[in-house]
Every structure is written in structure tokens, then in C-alpha cells.
Design a binder for this molecule. Structure first.
Ligand code: ZN
Length: 195
């Protein structure tokens, strides 16, 4: 499979749904496709629907390449997601939401959302969400750092800490997938939506 070399090539390449499916599949399952539900490699491909079906009987045994990825529950079509991902990973000097918006013919707001999500994904395990069937995820938060009142009143950090509602500490959230990976990061506020 030849990689697209320019944005024009990338847009053309990803306008073919079979290319999109193959592009993700070879990255997601380098050792062959496995069922996201039970992990079995006894799966059969339906080329018309571009889905696989697990030979074991269980709920959601038919799955697409999007299941369990950041692309799963998005109204943005896969060709735009992949072209944007291609832009993020191939433009060495960074890329703005305006450029992505123009290039992919989406609004700047949509482009901003896509870039945000793609960059987050690329910092961790590319494209994959934590959890899934039969997998438990624990989330906990903690507070680290000194007290805001000990900082200079003009300190930007102090103002930021006060804005979190936890006087003087930086909130950090950790997410653990049982028998899986751990992710942790500073969070701007402790509101439910952010968590
Ligand atoms: Zn299965």
C-alpha cells in the first residue's frame, strides 16, 4: 500500500472507503484482525458492508474498523478524519484549524474539534479508547502541589488554581484500565464533563 504524499493525494486516497478501512485495519491489527468483543481471530470479512463478523456468538459480534476508536461515535465521515490525521502527522511545522477547514471543506469549528481529538489520541495509544466489553475502567482524581495562598497574588498559576475550586492544588486525574494501561493528566477543572 502506498502512502499519500500530498494533501491532494490524501484527500483522493481517503475518498475511497475501502482505502479508509484498510488504512486503519493494518495499523490497528498489525497481526491480523481480532474481534473487539472477545479477542478471537476467527472473524470473516464482508466486503460489501466493510465489516467483520466474529464466529463466536455474542452481542455486537459484527464490527467495523471504527468500533472502539475515537472515530466511532462521530458524525464526521471517516475520510475527513483520516485526511485530518494525515495532515497532523505529516505537516512537520504544525497545522491550524483554518488550514484543515479549508483543505477538507469543513468549518473551522469542526476542524478545531478534530485536531483536538487527534492530537489527544496521538499523545497516548493512537486512536484507541480505553475500556470496552468485559473491561473495567477505574477513574480517580487527586490534588498535588503547594497552596495557592502561599504564591504571589499576581501569579497566573495561583489564579488558575483558584479557578479549579480546590484552593491551592492542581487536580490530576488518573484512568486505569484493569489489566491494561494507565493514563494520567492535569485537568483544568473538576466538572463532570471535563472528567
Ligand atoms: Zn468475538
Amino acid at each position: 500500500m502506498s502512502e499519500p504524499r500530498s494533501l491532494q493525494q490524501a484527500i483522493l486516497y481517503f475518498s475511497n472507503p475501502d482505502n479508509c478501512t484498510q488504512y486503519i485495519a493494518v495499523r490497528r491489527w498489525p497481526d491480523g484482525v481480532t474481534c473487539p468483543g472477545c479477542g478471537s481471530d476467527h472473524v470473516s470479512y464482508n466486503a460489501t458492508r466493510r465489516t467483520w463478523k466474529c464466529s463466536t456468538h455474542h452481542p455486537k459480534r459484527e464490527f467495523s474498523v471504527k468500533v472502539g476508536t475515537i472515530f466511532e461515535d462521530s458524525p464526521i465521515p471517516l475520510d475527513k478524519w483520516l485526511a485530518a490525521t494525515w495532515m497532523v502527522t505529516n505537516c512537520k511545522n504544525g497545522i491550524s484549524s483554518y488550514e484543515v477547514g479549508r483543505g477538507l471543506k469543513v468549518t473551522q469549528r469542526t476542524a478545531w474539534f478534530m485536531l483536538h481529538r487527534i492530537r489527544l489520541a496521538l499523545q497516548g495509544n493512537p486512536m484507541m479508547k480505553l475500556g470496552g466489553p468485559g473491561s473495567e475502567v477505574e477513574v480517580d482524581e487527586t490534588f498535588i502541589g503547594g497552596k495557592a495562598r502561599n504564591m504571589h497574588a499576581s501569579s497566573a498559576r495561583r489564579r488558575r488554581l483558584d479557578a479549579t475550586g480546590v484552593k491551592g492544588k492542581t487536580p490530576v486525574v488518573g484512568i486505569l484500565e484493569r489489566d491494561g494501561e494507565v493514563r494520567a493528566g492535569v485537568i483544568p477543572t473538576r466538572r463532570r464533563g471535563v472528567l
